[in-house]
Design a protein around this ligand. Sequence first.
Ligand SMILES: [Zn+2]
Length: 677
Amino acid sequence: MRLCSVLLICFLVAIAAFAQSAPAKPGLGFSIDNIDKTVDPCVDFYQYACGNWLKKTDIPPDQTRWLSFVELDQRNEEIMRGILEKASAGGPGRDAIDQRIGDYYASCMDEKAAATKGLDPLKPELSRIARVSDKTALIDAIARVHLIGPNPLFNFYSQPDLHNAGQVIAYIDQGGLTLPDRDYYLKDDPKMTETRKHFVEYVTQVFTLAGQTPQQAADSAQTVLRIETALAKASMDRTVRRDPKTRDHKMTRDQAAGLAPNFYLTRYFAEVNAPSFSELNVSNPDFFKQVNGLLDSESLDALKTYVSWHLFDNTAPWLSQPFVDANFKMRQALTGQAEIKPRWKRCVNATDDALGEALGQRYVEVTFGAEGKQRMLKMVAALESSLDEDIGGLSWMGDETKKQAKIKLEAIGNKIGYPDVWRDYRSLKIVRGDLVGNLLRANEFEAHRQIAKIDKPLDRKEWGMTPPTVNAYYSPPRNEIVFPAGILQPPFFDKTMDDAVNFGGIGIVIGHELTHGFDDQGRKYDPQGNLRDWWTAEDGKEFEKRVSCIADEYSNFVAVDDLKLNGRLTLGENTADNGGARIALAALRKMIAQDSSGKAGEKIDGYTPEQRFFLGFGRVWCQKQRPEEARRRVTIDPHSPGKYRINGVVQNMPEFQQAWGCKAGQPMVGENACRVW
Ligand SMILES: [Zn+2]
């Protein structure tokens, strides 16, 4: 049960700071060489800031898109590779952490062993499913599969109580799909129809490899598609789910069990060894009601085929080569990725997934300095004070709501670099030479860790991302912003650069995460992380009017071909981008005004500090992506593509127009500029 972090609002999807022993590679940081001076910044700022970068950049064959985040991922992968190769070589000084991460990585790299073993490592789990002889016992097999990795049929996880965020409770939720979203099953346009064709081929191929006749395998694929289509129909739309109120359905254990008797939930909870909780949240009760009927109408054999499929799909990347190839072909259809990543990269990421806080411990030892944390804390304080002033000056918000907003801002916590307390992996057994066994045991370790949190106070020290991750997040129930070591390096933060460029980079990231506390989702949570309305009715209406402006603006942007962005799906992120840029610029202005030497206000490379701020912002989002990937992201990603993360924001900023001397009527001067924060 790899748990979806449904409550983390990340800086980008999906998944080395102040580098000391690992200096930044040339090209990664900010450079005016990326600018295309033949373009007018007031006509297309993204093209101006990124034009030369776009000309000289190709997406590497093993990537689906290319931008600063992925460039940094790549560099982090190399650092982690060094750590893991040393740890796997053994030798004197190897401690328990080195043993665990080194042996996990070594097992993963052993391609020969994987080829020899073929499907053997999965056989005990497959026979467990095959032995099920009635529908009541099927839930035991599903419970077992949930513990060791994939999530057929539904999701079970622990999260803070929506109304008492200091306490963790159990959740059951919709789930059970292989493809990225319900739209992939339900939409009839040519692209989605083609993807379903690829999916049926993929399932057929895997069942054939597993020993079924071509006819049996083709039937199995139809069964999987039929069941998943029914699950998709019962699932709530991604955009609707953004409103936490649609997922707020607390009930007793008996009520949940009675809602969908064919799930045998009481038996399931016992089987996964959940504590004896009395209440839980059912995020989408309609899903359980509808799928209850499906469990009646589908045969036991069909359901067993479906559950086995999830086990195959989940482990295919780690079985013998034909399984790996079949799995990659599906990924290719979804993302356009030309080549599979080299095995070492896949194994670095697998080790980060399984043992992220053990590998992360070694990672911060070689990359993260104390000086980094201090400078970052200073910037966070500057951005917080900037947002506080912004709230104070809002013309559309009344004093009562302002007071509440400031209390919430004051309560936002922050985490920088890496956790104070590292996860304890001592009960997780890693065996050299047993790749699939290690993977399943690591999943099981994580599932039990999540389940053990149920009905306990929230662990406030816990992190939702591993230290090497190039990303950041705001968590509404925890009311905190988090910046892993991985993002605290160029082009986001570069200690060799002027403040203007850094405020345009990591400054906007900090502002973005802070603003999430006050976007269309975040504003529904109070300072303690509870779902509680602290707005006056009038101010709430004003807010909705202002975010609608942003939703309409972004709904007009074309992502790929004729496919436009979903302005409601991306609303929270776009609101955070706009607010983040505005408060980061205000913080920079304040810093320049306070600099008595006058040095901070000087031009560099011919650009004013404000111009460099926007160029730094642009650098972060210079981006290329494959058309398939662009299409996939429009469906599932709450973030806009790089071009609109830049142009969508600057069009709303009179400060941008002043900085670049733009005139009314030019494309980067929004006619009806939107502003929330
Ligand atoms: Zn975000």
